[in-house]
Write a protein that binds this ligand. Structure first.
Ligand code: FDA
Length: 308
C-alpha cells in the first residue's frame, strides 16, 4: 500500500501524464467523482446540489503554485468572482484558498496583499475565506499572514486557517490562534513530511487529531473538523455529548465525492456538515493526491469507467 501511495504521489508530479489527463475526455470522466467540473458554472451547480442535501460548501478553484504576478492575480480574480456568485445566488458557501496559488512563492507580500483583498471582499459580503495549509516549509508564513490579516480592522472572523495534526507544532499553533479568536479547520495533513517535523506513525497522528479536536471544541470559537475517519468523528461526537456542546458551535467537513454515506448520516444526526468542492481545469494533482490517500479508489473508478 505504501508503495502504491508513493507511486501516486510521484505520478501527481508527472507533467506528461498531467497534460494528457487534463485534456482528455477520459480524464474528465475519471476526475468527475472528486472534482465538480471545469467552470464556475459547474461549481455553482455542484454547490446547489450539496446545499440541497442540507450541507454547506467551501469552493476551491483548483491550481497549484504560480510563478509570476499575473498568474497570481488571475487566480485571485476567480476567487473574487466566486465570492460575488455565492452572494448573488444566496449559496451556503465560502471559499478555500492556497497561498502558493496567490503567489506566495513569487513573493510573500504579493500573496498577503491578495489574501487581504479577498478577506475584505468576503467581509463586505458577510462571508469567509479559509486559507488552506500546504507543506511544512510554509506553515509559519501562512500563520503569520492569516494572523496579520485577521488583526486588521473589520476583518475579525473573515479569515481562517487550517492546522494539520501530523505536525508536532500544531498544539502550540492552536493555542496562539485561539488567543486571537481565529477559526481553525483541523485535518490530519496531506503532504509528505520528514520525522523531524511530523509524527511518522499514523496512530500518533490520529491521537493528536483527537486531542486537538477536543481543544477546539472546548474553545469559544467556531471550528471545522475535516476528516473521513469514523474513529475521529466518533471521538468528537462523544466529546460534544459529554460536554453538552451546542450543534451550532462546530461543523464536520469532508471532500466532495468522499464518504458521501457518512456525510448524509451526520446531517441526519443534526451535525453541521461542509463539503469541500474543488473545480477547475487544473484538477490533476488534486485528483492524484486523493488516489494516494486511498489507492483502492483506483479500482472503484476503473469499475465505474467500464460500467459507463
Ligand atoms: P485517513 O486518511 O486516516 O482516512 C480514514 C478513512 O477515511 C479511510 O479509511 C477511508 O475510509 C476514508 N478516506 C480517506 N480519504 C479517502 C479518499 N480519498 N477516498 C475515499 N475514502 C477516503 N490537508 C492539508 O494538508 N491541508 C489542507 O488545507 C487540507 N484541507 C482539507 C479540507 C477538507 C474539508 C478535508 C476533508 C481534508 C483536507 N485535507 C487537507 C486533507 C487531509 O489532511 C487528509 O489528507 C485527508 O482528509 C485524509 O485524511 P482523513 O482524516 O480522512 O483520514
Amino acid at each position: 500500500m505504501a508503495l502504491l501511495r508513493s507511486g501516486f504521489i510521484a505520478l501527481s508530479k508527472n507533467r506528461t501524464l498531467r497534460s494528457f489527463m487534463e485534456r482528455s475526455r477520459m480524464g474528465g470522466k475519471l476526475s468527475s467523482r472528486f472534482v465538480a467540473g471545469m467552470t464556475i458554472e459547474d461549481a455553482v451547480r455542484a454547490c446547489q446540489s450539496v446545499n440541497g442535501q442540507g450541507m454547506a460548501v467551501t469552493l476551491d478553484a483548483l491550481g497549484e503554485s504560480v510563478g509570476d504576478d499575473a498568474a497570481a492575480h488571475r487566480a485571485a480574480d476567480v476567487y473574487h468572482s466566486l465570492l460575488d456568485v455565492i452572494a448573488a445566488g444566496k449559496l451556503n458557501a465560502n471559499v478555500s484558498v492556497k497561498l502558493t496559488q496567490m503567489g506566495l512563492e513569487v513573493n510573500h507580500g504579493l500573496a498577503e496583499n491578495i489574501a487581504l483583498e479577498l478577506a475584505k471582499h468576503a467581509a463586505a459580503l458577510g462571508n469567509f475565506v479559509r486559507i488552506d495549509m500546504e507543506d511544512s516549509s510554509l506553515t509559519q508564513v501562512t500563520l503569520d499572514i492569516v494572523r496579520r490579516i485577521h488583526a486588521q480592522p473589520g476583518l475579525r472572523g473573515a479569515i481562517g486557517i487550517v492546522i494539520q495534526s501530523y505536525l508536532y507544532r500544531s498544539e502550540a499553533d492552536i493555542q496562539q490562534l485561539l488567543a486571537d479568536g481565529i477559526r481553525v479547520r483541523l485535518c490530519k495533513g496531506a503532504y509528505k513530511e520528514p520525522p523531524e517535523v511530523a509524527f511518522p506513525r499514523k496512530a500518533d497522528v490520529d491521537a493528536n487529531y483527537v486531542k486537538l479536536s477536543k481543544i477546539l471544541l472546548d474553545s469559544a470559537v467556531y471550528h471545522g473538523l475535516a476528516t473521513h475517519d469514523e474513529k475521529m468523528i466518533a471521538a468528537a461526537k462523544a466529546h460534544v455529548r459529554e460536554r453538552g456542546i451546542a450543534r451550532d458551535h462546530y461543523e464536520f467537513q469532508m471532500l466532495y465525492g468522499v464518504r458521501r454515506d457518512l456525510q448524509r448520516e451526520l446531517v441526519r444526526e443534526g451535525h453541521g456538515m461542509r463539503v469541500y468542492v474543488p473545480f477547475g481545469s487544473e484538477w490533476y494533482p488534486y485528483f492524484m493526491r486523493r488516489l494516494a490517500e486511498r489507492p483502492a479508489n483506483v479500482f472503484f473508478l476503473a469499475k465505474n469507467l467500464i460500467r459507463n
